[in-house]
Design a protein around this ligand. Structure first.
Ligand SMILES: [Cu+2]
Length: 459
């Protein structure tokens, strides 16, 4: 009760004085009178960090949408409701940001002029808080003037992979890969011109058996602007095929190889500048199953990690452009699983039931960054390190290293319901888009994990 009273007192004080306050970050000298005022309180709800509206139409709403008139002077009062460090930023409006506040009941103010129509995000800039849930929308004017970017979804579902081959003899197979250059959605509000195998990132998962004879047709459509090719790490021969598949727009180049050695192998475009073709999305994997096949599991997933080197900073809206300088400096802006920031978070939902065995075919397209692959809240029962499928696996592994142009196959039984997060444990990269969710459903066994009555929400 006392804390609540203090909150209201501080709010009252804030409202009383804010028309005359100066906003240091926003406009160092100007005084202003707000046309509209909102109050948001920070809170922990369902295991997430959020803003909760206080008063008026937004009262009680989680991460409320704030509707304002064109050109309005907007003031947002921020009350710290949970005691952790927080702030609120609206970078689309002249980089508006509040002070950071810590301690329950402390408050600050964000003020800015809504000088353009459209939808814009507000969020908490304390590292990790935006992905944890602290973000909402400011709609200026009629809204939807600058709608979410209208770009195609090029992400490949991790569930999109062929059935196991199992126990069959060697055969003859033929695959056609079409190298498509397409603008795809990168994040909410941004897109990027990807280069792809088959129109998706990563390219399709190819599945063959040791001893199979495989013909690859690399088709580069007329509409392309670049020469493309393919280097299969599963191939024994010049360039892994790249030496004979350099296809100009409108051409198709082919070769045939025998899959001599079982394993999980990366393929990628190998046309100079190779790193440029790879970063733009030209990578995928081919599984060469050993004789007799792999042990059966309940769920298989196909996940690949890649980097993007955009001229614009992470989080910029619009169609982003490629930066050769950043690529050569290995200074990435984005790190993504399966082709976009949201691919494995909200576009494709990986799920499993308690008791099921999960297998992840994990590869790094890169082109440059080594992954420290980890699933938060799980332990890999078996790791087939470096995609070596015919050696005994490592057991009980927390994090496994996967080189660019390398792979791993991990297996684990899921024992408890909840959300398990795929990451590269170089966790700065989670702030640049690299995370995926595996949702496990089923009965909670309190002998495995006991939350002591706490609501674990999405965690
Ligand atoms: Cu290419």
């Amino acid at each position: 009760m006392r804390v609540k009273t203090l909150n209201y007192l501080l709010l009252f004080v804030a409202i009383l004085f804010t028309p005359w306050v100066t906003t240091a970050a926003n406009d160092a000298t100007a005084q202003y009178t707000p046309d509209v005022t909102f109050t948001l309180r920070t809170a922990i709800a369902d295991g997430r960090l959020v803003y909760i509206g206080q008063g008026g139409e937004i009262d009680g709403k989680v991460n409320p949408t704030l509707n304002v008139k064109s050109g309005a002077m907007v003031q947002i009062n921020l009350i710290n409701g949970d005691g952790a460090l927080h702030d609120i930023v609206a970078p689309d409006f002249n980089n508006a940001k509040s002070d950071q506040v810590s301690g329950q009941g402390s408050s600050t103010v964000l003020a800015f002029r809504a000088d353009k129509d459209g939808e814009f995000a507000y969020w908490c800039s304390v590292p990790g808080h935006r992905p944890a849930g602290m973000e909402g929308l400011i709609v200026v004017g009629e809204g939807r003037v600058a709608p979410d970017i209208d770009a195609e979804d090029l992400t490949l579902s991790p569930m999109d992979l062929p059935d196991p081959i199992g126990d069959r003899g060697p055969t003859t197979l033929e695959y056609t890969l079409e190298t498509m250059e397409k603008v795809g959605k990168l994040d909410n509000g941004s897109s990027y011109k990807f280069w792809t195998f088959g129109g998706t990132v990563p390219g399709p998962f190819l599945r063959v058996r040791e001893g199979d004879t495989v013909t690859i047709n690399l088709k580069n459509p007329e509409s392309s602007t670049m020469i493309h090719s393919v280097d299969f790490h599963a191939v024994t021969g010049p360039g892994g095929g790249a030496a004979v598949t350099q296809a100009a727009p409108g051409q198709t180049e082919s070769f045939t190889f025998k899959a001599l050695q079982p394993g999980l192998y990366v393929y990628h475009c190998a046309t100079p500048m190779v790193a440029h073709h790879i970063t733009n999305g030209m990578y995928g994997m081919i599984l060469v199953e050993p004789e007799g096949g792999l042990d059966p599991v309940d769920k298989e997933f196909y996940v690949m990690q890649g980097e993007l080197y955009t001229t614009e900073d992470f989080g910029t809206r619009g169609e982003l452009s490629f930066s050769i300088d950043k690529l050569l400096d290995e200074d990435f802006e984005y790190m993504i699983f399966n082709g976009s920031v949201n691919s494995l978070k909200s576009i494709h939902n990986m799920t499993a039931q308690v008791g099921e065995t999960v297998r992840i075919f994990f590869g790094v397209g890169g082109p440059n960054a080594t992954s420290s692959f980890h699933v938060i809240g799980e332990i890999f029962d078996r790791v087939y390190h470096e995609g070596a499928l015919t050696d005994p696996p490592l057991h009980n592994v927390q994090t496994t290293t996967v080189a660019p142009g390398g792979s791993t196959m991990v297996e684990f039984q899921v024992d408890y319901p909840g959300r398990y997060i795929l990451v590269d444990h170089a966790l700065s990269r989670a702030e640049r888009g690299l995370a995926g969710f595996l949702t496990v459903e089923g009965e909670a066994d309190s002998s495995v994990f006991d939350a002591h009555g706490k609501d674990i929400g999405d965690h």
